[in-house]
Design a protein around this ligand. Structure first.
Ligand SMILES: *Cc1c(COP(=O)(O)O)cnc(C)c1O
Length: 228
């Protein structure tokens, strides 16, 4: 099987999943996480109809977004302060913001580029030590900070579920959706209108994420690897 077959199969599964949970398939975007593959595989993916890609390293998003500028590139990896100037020019959306100092630096770089940078806040819903992100009770203050930065626009929240245990996966995704709804209710009309994205779900757990309200699912191995 090549990318094309895996992509078609995933879209068919997504369509069934949306039907089963009463959601419109048009409300869920599939991101092809291309962090482990080279430009040839991205080209194959584009030919198969994929137009949204995710990278977790500055080099990856710089290189591939320049090779495929007509596609949409998102940054999903750990942010390092000194690499923000390499990420902002290339990312339509940054999924993994959780530090105040990074928000301020993203604002400065975006201002210099004459850009408003769309971001999601990464939340560590499950509270696992190994996971990065804001604790749920820290998110509100971060929303206020980002709201004060003219060149950063908050579009929603992102999380990663713990591996394995289904009930922990479901409660993580439902927890993010609940937090999103609570925060949205506290925003002014204009900010609330932009605060629509829930980035959650990967190869192993995207159906649970879609059932909980995901708007972007981030899929790597199930699309790019034959071994998944
Ligand atoms: C690698 C990665 C994914 C994709 O994971 P798969 O299990 O390969 O689908 C999704 N989100 C983030 C943040 C990642 O780093």
């Amino acid at each position: 099987m090549g990318f094309s077959e895996r992509y078609e199969a995933t879209l068919a599964d997504l369509s069934k999943c949306c039907q089963a949970c009463g959601r419109s398939v048009g409300h869920v975007r599939v991101m092809a996480v291309s962090k482990t593959v080279g430009p040839d595989a991205v080209e194959e993916a584009v030919k198969a109809g994929a137009h949204l890609f995710g990278e977790n390293r500055p080099e990856g998003i710089m290189q591939k977004s320049q090779l495929f500028p007509q596609e949409e590139w998102h940054f999903i990896g750990n942010i390092q302060s000194r690499r923000i100037a390499d990420i902002v020019p290339h990312a339509a959306l940054i999924h993994s913001l959780y530090q105040e100092s990074h928000a301020c630096k993203i604002n400065d770089v975006a201002a210099r580029l004459g850009k408003v940078q769309d971001v999601l806040l990464e939340v560590n819903v499950s509270g696992e030590e190994s996971k990065s992100g804001l604790a749920p009770d820290q998110v509100k203050d971060m929303v206020l900070l980002v709201g004060s930065l003219p060149n950063v626009r908050l579009r929603g929240l992102m999380t990663m579920a713990p591996q394995g245990d289904r009930s922990a996966v479901v409660s993580t995704f439902e927890g993010l959706a609940r937090l999103h709804a609570e925060l949205k209710a506290g925003l002014d009309v204009e900010s609330a209108a932009c605060f629509n994205e829930l980035s959650m779900g990967m190869s192993e757990d995207w159906p649970e994420a879609v059932a909980a309200g995901a708007t972007i699912i981030r899929i790597g191995r199930a699309l790019f690897s034959d071994e998944f």
